[in-house]
Design a protein. Structure first.
Lengths: 360, 474
């Protein structure tokens, strides 16, 4: 049993894009909440700044917008076609991939994604205000959840499912790491803030953005603790959005592919080494080495894993870039805090970029 | 004007039940059902793509709920005529790529074949499995009276529309299950398995054992992409794009997640020019370099064969009745439309004289483009077309404007008469002695939705109807 490489690649990117769209919605939701809380005068702008940073879109945003206002940021993160990671772009790309390989999806999956896209097209772009943003973001999250749900309930547990879920969890790990990284400064501060302070509020924002405020309280009892929150989102194997959890799922799906195809590859080794590193770590050590440094290294290694998956399963984009070696280890060196890490997008093959030339 | 449903005051036999049904249900309810159908089409994604015209590139083909119906005996006659034509066209293709006897015999002028862009010199002396060049033939047929059918054109390359034939039926059965209750209508749903059997029957000489099939598509931007993906799904074969394939040692392989996998029969929905940048157009990014070499070596079967288009060329069309007589020693069952060839001086004079009454076609045009419908054109348009004819007479043929039959069609919330044609699909595969034809009872009925219009092409605002063939009792 095997899949066309292009099919595997498209499934992987459908998984990534739908997950990314959902995370963009969560991120915007944190901005919406923050801006609803009376803070210092500058805070609103800085909150939307940090939404942009969390989306990895600060640089791209500056190219097309002057002011960091709520409307501009929402437009850019939710609806902009110039932003390849906007909700609209993500769903459009997921749907384009799905259309190209629709025979590899179940009817339920295709219909969930196609309807999502059709409705999104009808809604976008929208004016922020009149309280509609919250409903819109909820709807995006629900639509993503619906797609995830029908995939779980209708897809054969064969390679199609494994590629889809590899994409989901590689992307989710990336998103959690970036989100934490944006809020690094509130966690890095060694002086424990008093409860009810802005810092505590910032922490709860991170938990909300990962839909895990309640879960955190169940896991660690009441009260917000810097170390607990960081552990919860990085090393805790029970948190469905933690790095450790995501890596465990990636490893599980890679192992299933290995059994299915009776072949192990470099990506299995890389994944095992990432998992081992997380396993050996504890939250004290993370703070000692610097949270930002820890997250930057994770993001780079996660990207490296993604590239290797593409090579091991003959993704067409990997075939075209073969020989162009990415310096994975050097990329794993921490970047400075001001330096933005742009999000990885699906590498288009020359074929896809030139498709305007069509025959009958 | 011949109406499919009524002659004078009486309803023709095949339409009796449906007429009763239409009267019962009423046009308003039908219009509501039509909207339901459109929602389903959108949801499932049954669209065709038009790029470069602005607006939504993914469009729905308007679906008309009122079926077009043939009696068993009408269909039997049509089917015999189509089979005869499909075999003759393939024999013609074999002949022109071997000794061209038909030219020797003085039946078809050689220059019309050998100087034609659709003639593929590289195909000379290649022997495709079972001698079949064109495996899926869509023959466009119009009706002008009782038992009075004409073939408008043959489509021997990669005719599209069969997915609509299947989906139209599917949606009719979904919306109006009662209509299908007493099994009076011949099913069409086994088309994909017949297509599978046809493709399987023409496996290449180098393939031992069970062949692996695939459909090769130009990709999601192609207007018929939905159909490509639908057929792949229905047959359970891979839908591949050019970059998914490569050629090594005269065999063709797909790139898969576990490495290469051989493909033996490729139903390609890419034009000849684009299929192999090594042998044909070098700027093609849709094709597979070297695939023609593999074909020539017997490592893969291409369906249809490169160069099959010479058989459906509009200039060759006029000779099809002669081909049938020549190769099969039979009289043609289906009629050709009278055709004037502008390359002949006498014909050209006649065409220029009578342009107001004729349909003039560019022999290289398709999809309703490059066409003048004399009676509907303005003086200026006719004059402009006359100039084109004089400049390049060999490019044009002319035919009388046929009074295409009409079929009741929903227009807003009322019924109106609209012109229709029919594209049935013939499958040609390997049989016990040479090639054999299999047919699915029905086809795609296209309907010109604008009042009075004779252009049924989907790219020009045409719609589609479900096409019924009643079984023996009907």
């Amino acid at each position: 049993m095997a899949l066309l490489s292009r099919t595997g690649e498209s499934l992987y990117w459908i998984g990534r894009y739908v997950e990314r769209a959902e995370n963009m919605a969560r991120l915007l939701d944190t901005g919406r909440r923050m801006s609803a809380v009376p803070n210092d005068a500058d805070d609103e702008t800085s909150e939307w700044q940090s939404v942009l940073a969390g989306a990895g879109a600060r640089y791209a945003f500056d190219q097309s917008h002057k002011d960091v206002t709520k409307q501009n940021v929402v437009d850019f993160i939710a609806f902009s076609q110039a932003n390849p990671s906007s909700i609209v772009s993500c769903i459009a790309q997921a749907r384009a991939n799905a259309r190209a390989i629709r025979t590899a999806l179940t009817i339920d999956m295709w219909e969930a994604l196609n309807e999502f896209w059709l409705e999104l097209r009808a809604k976008a772009p929208m004016r922020v205000g009149a309280g509609e943003l919250g409903y819109f973001l909820d709807w995006v999250k629900k639509s993503c959840a619906l797609f995830r749900g029908v995939a779980d309930s209708s897809q054969l547990r064969d390679d199609t499912h494994n590629f889809l879920r590899l994409g989901t969890f590689v992307e989710r790990a990336d998103c959690t790491a970036r989100l934490l990284d944006v809020k690094c400064y509130v966690f890095d501060d060694r002086d424990e803030p008093v409860s009810g302070s802005v810092d505590t509020f910032q922490w709860t924002v991170v938990l909300r953005a990962t839909s895990s405020l309640r879960a955190y309280k169940w896991a660690y009892g009441g009260g917000y603790d810097r170390a607990n929150i960081v552990e919860f989102l990085t090393l805790n194997p029970y948190t469905p959005r933690s790095l450790a959890f995501c890596v465990e799922r990636i490893s599980e799906h890679l192992n299933r592919l290995a059994r299915l195809y009776a072949a192990r590859h470099d990506s299995h080794e890389i994944c095992a080494s990432i998992a081992a590193e997380l396993n050996a770590s504890d939250v004290e050590a993370i703070f000692e080495g610097g949270l930002h440094e820890f997250l930057t290294r994770f993001i780079a290694r996660n990207n490296w894993l993604s590239t290797q998956i593409a090579r091991d399963y003959n993704f067409l984009s990997a075939a075209e870039t073969a020989g162009v070696d990415i310096a994975a280890e050097s990329a794993a060196k921490p970047k400075s805090r001001t330096q933005e890490q742009t999000r990885v997008k699906q590498p288009l093959t020359a074929h896809q970029e030139n498709k305007s030339a069509v025959a009958s | 004007m011949y109406d499919e449903m009524t002659t004078g005051d009486s309803v023709r036999a095949p339409y009796r039940n449906i007429k009763r049904w239409i009267d019962e249900i009423g046009p308003e309810a039908l219009d509501k059902k039509r909207r339901e159908a459109e929602t389903i089409f959108r949801k499932v994604g049954i669209t065709f793509c038009v790029y470069g015209e602005g607006g939504d590139p993914e469009r729905l083909i308007p679906f008309d709920m009122i079926p077009r119906i043939f009696s068993a005996s009408e269909w039997e006659e049509l089917a015999r005529g189509i089979e005869q034509r499909a075999i003759a066209l393939n024999k013609f293709l074999w002949d022109v790529y071997h000794d061209a006897e038909i030219v020797e015999a003085g039946i078809v002028p050689g220059d019309l074949i050998f100087e034609n862009d659709s003639y593929q010199p590289l195909m000379k002396d290649i022997d495709p499995p079972a001698g079949v060049y064109s495996h899926i033939i869509g023959i466009d047929i119009v009706r002008v009276g009782d038992n009075d059918f004409y073939v408008l054109e043959d489509n021997c390359r990669t005719p599209s529309g069969v997915s609509y034939m299947l989906e139209n039926r599917e949606i009719m059965m979904q919306l109006f299950p009662d209509l299908f209750e007493n099994d009076a209508i011949e099913p069409v749903e086994d088309y994909p398995s017949k297509l599978y059997a046809t493709l399987r029957s023409v496996k290449p000489p180098l393939c031992e054992g069970e062949p692996t099939l695939a459909i090769l598509t130009p990709g999601p931007f192609n207007s018929a992409f939905y159909e490509h993906s639908f057929l792949a799904d229905e047959m359970g074969v891979e839908l591949v794009e050019g970059p998914d394939l490569y050629v090594e040692d005269d065999r063709v392989y797909m790139r898969t997640t576990t490495g290469p996998r051989r493909v033996d029969v490729i139903y390609r929905r890419i034009d000849d020019d684009y299929i192999d940048p090594k042998n044909f157009r070098s700027d093609s990014i849709l094709g597979v370099p070297g695939i023609f070499d593999a074909y020539r070596a017997g490592g893969v079967t291409l369906v249809s064969a490169p160069g099959a288009g010479i058989a459906d060329d509009k200039a060759i069309y006029t000779y099809v009745p002669d081909m049938i007589r020549h190769y099969l020693n039979e009289e043609p069952i289906l009629k050709n439309v009278d055709t004037w060839r502008c390359r002949d001086e006498a014909d050209r004079a006649y065409v220029l004289e009578n342009i107001a009454d004729l349909v003039v076609k560019d022999v290289h045009g398709s999809g309703g483009y490059g066409l003048l419908i004399g009676p509907h054109a303005s003086d200026a348009e006719r004059a402009a077309f006359a100039k084109k004819i004089e400049a390049a007479p060999e490019r044009y043929i002319a035919q009388p404007t046929l009074a295409l039959s009409t079929c009741p069609t929903l227009s807003g919330d009322a019924l109106a008469s609209r012109h229709v044609d029919l594209r049935p699909f013939a499958l040609v595969g390997a049989g016990e002695d040479g090639c054999s034809v299999s047919m699915t009872p029905g086809g795609l009925t296209r309907v010109a939705l604008r009042e009075g219009s004779l252009v049924v092409n989907s790219s020009q605002g045409g719609g589609v109807k479900d096409t019924w063939v009643l079984n023996g009792s009907g």
